[in-house]
Write a new protein. Sequence first.
Lengths: 383, 167, 388
Amino acid sequence: MNRTVEIVGVGWSGFRTISPDLSYKEMIFEAATRAYTEAGIDPRNDVQGFVTAAEDYHEGTSIFDEYTPDQLGSALRPMHTITGDGLHALAAAYMKIASGLMDVVVVEAHSKASNILTLDHITAFAEDPTFERPLAINPIALAGLEMQMLLSAGRFTLEQCAQVVVKNKNNALANPAAAHGAAIGRKTVLESQVVASPLTRLMAAPHADGAIVMVLADSDTAKRLKGKPVRIRGIGWANDTPALDSRDWLHAQYARKSAEMAYRVAGIRHPRSEIDFAEVDDTFAYKELQHLEALQLAKPGEAGILTAQGATERDGELPVNPGGGCLGVGSLLDANGLARVLEVVLQLRGEAGARQLKNVKTGLAFTWRGVPTTSGAAVVLSN
Amino acid sequence: MEHLVYPTRGLSEQAFEKHEVLFETWHVKAEYAWDTGVAIGKYLDALKNGRLIGRRCFKCKRVMVPPRMFCEQCFRPTDEWVYVQDTGIVKTFSLCYVRWDMVRLKEPEIPAVIDLDGASKGMGILHKLGEVDPKAVKVGMRVQAVWKPAAERTGSITDIAYFKPIQ
Amino acid sequence: MGLRRVAVVGAGMTKFVRRAQETGRELAWEAVSKALESCEMTLDQIDCVVMGTAPDAFDGVHMKSEWLADGAGAWGKPYMRGYVGGGTGVFAPAQGWYHVASGLFDTCLVVCEEKMSPTQPHPQAAFNSIFDNITERPLGPNLLWIFAIEMNAYMNRYGLKKEDIALVSVKNKRNAADHPASLLGDPNITVQDVLNSEVLAWPVQRLDVSPVTDGAVAIVLAADSVARRVTPKPIWIEGIGWCLDTAYWTNRDLSYPTYVEEAARRAYAMAGIKEPRKEIHIAEPYDPFDYKELHHLEGLMLFDKGQAPEATALGITQRNGDLPVCPSGGLLGVGNPIAAAGLMKIAELFWQLRGEAGKRQVPGNPRRGVAQAWGDLMQVGTVVVMGK
């Protein structure tokens, strides 16, 4: 099948640190209504499939897919959940269209992080029950361990990690949807409370609530719809081992392989010159640096230097996280990948307002599922 | 295809009781404070006041309980609040002699789907029946909510203690 | 339609047991290694992995698919878990289908694992959290409630008696006596045994139900030309369909599974089937409770509404009948490790259509079968049509 798949509509609700006025259903209905209006579609008649990304223990409900259809207009329709990141759900939607099975597919992910009172305990619940969990260590320590390893290997400096925070929170100030924009300096970041050394509090993305809905269609159908389509040129996803004892702590293999696949599908041979900008997971500031290298957007050991030089600023040669990333927007749990894609789409459409990048044609969005996983997904988009 | 079935090792309860098998136990601390939002927030508020409330969609004309701010069939916002009655008929039911943790009960719990008067046809809610002989429960039976006293109501579906038959 | 052709080329499974010593990861590995062995393929030849497994609350691991990745052969590979509760086992091959049909991959390993036994005090307790967190959970609901409520609605609408339904349990448990992986096969069970069993939630009695089980199943999918190189007998996935109904289950008519019909329509249309009753030779509908087989047979449009019980009584659905149903022994006979149970049905069709089902073999050279699973709050139907 050689069908081209495009994103023809996007909508979101949020993003805020708390959202007490809306249930998750109401939040999603808002995001969906915006996406459908933009694309000019009626979900009851024009859509052949729907995919959501959600995890039971983030919702506090088992078999959560039961509660996904109504607010998307997919009651009694082909609908399913992917227990993964929204970008995995996007990949599932892409495959349904690329195969020729469906023409229009909707993707949704959301976060009600504010409703989860014991998130650290739940994250720890993802660890191996025999070998890892009984140690009862706060799972953020796994990020501390990895960061320490990278620092010791000389991949970047603490100052460079702090600069990532400064850049992304500052970028977020120009993003009306971002929940955690701030004008702060490196010193503040470095002097914030140590949570799991060498990670300080401000180096870890705080959470936010929100919902994102996207409409995908094959290019022929897209021509008949409203909205400005953005083409999915390539997509890839991969897992490394979940085991703490045998995973590659340095190289983010899940990122390297996801990007390799996405570049291969997109026909991209020299990512550094063919990718104009990127939205890259920065759940922890050091992850942006590690990921940039794994994504082949920086040579090993170079990401921190590029950051210090300003190359990844909005006016730099390779803007990274112009929308603020997780650090500036807020970590949206399973919706993080769609938040990355959302920014890339808006930038490619010229709809990024005060943070608009100039002359961008191709963007990369990359997401990681967070501690304790080694799972990620990448997508290359072009206008 | 017998050779394609792996000889998985089955254990008995005894193996655990007699400690013949090593195992790890964990109690996950999974606590949530769910935002009820507009529709369910109002539903609970009405329950606290001893009322049941629904929402009407002008397009399909349904009066929906539990209320929702959007009609999932028409995919549009719903239009107005409508109080429904606390009486209805039993659409279907069961006599359950086993509790949620598999503890055996002498007197059965009687869950039922109750179509409420004032809501659209077939618009049932889940609740329990009480003050009724289990053998006498029938599909189509008319029932009435038994409310907890106002001082004990907290804004929960359990502000209705159960539904009982209307004589 | 020009869809890429995708076939099942191998299958393997674990024994279904009440409580496995193996961890969930090990169960996945056991099934995968048997599936690869069955078609003499190695993990290197697998391009991507699809996982199906139902609630995380059972195994007791959040983001369960991540933890299971190693056992599922997903190291270094594109890996994704699809989730539709009990419908997952038949949805997973559909998910695998579009991985390959998209053109991104030529082979796909589909694994379904379920380890229900870890949950304490009893796995049933985990089902408490499937109900609406605000409008239903405070009532202390129990999975048996919904089944019993639905069973009652079905029996009431068509004036059925327990005896009519118990025949299904008897048929399937007897069929399962010939399945090497089965937990609950019983060659001698009778209708009276079912009617004498303990009442759990009237009208549901103990022998109407398939109990908690641990197990895993895996299949290998391959695109057209690759499939033919791997095996002389590829079994094609000819149609897929799935459908999820509204969460407001109490607002619905429970006596008919519309969501199964919607899924079946899509699967049949894709397979080019106009008269399922003539063109389907074997059916493996989801039978966690005996009445569900009947309910689903009607949703699959293989019998008119309310007519499946009579067809069962006439012996039409026996292995040597006009339309064999659950020749495997189904969930009632083989066991119910939720997601793995659905994939077990797919594996059964694979073996049946290749003539490799041994003592369970349906006579007459069957050429097309349909498998179906169901789950959530009486909500999702997943259907796959396979043929040779």
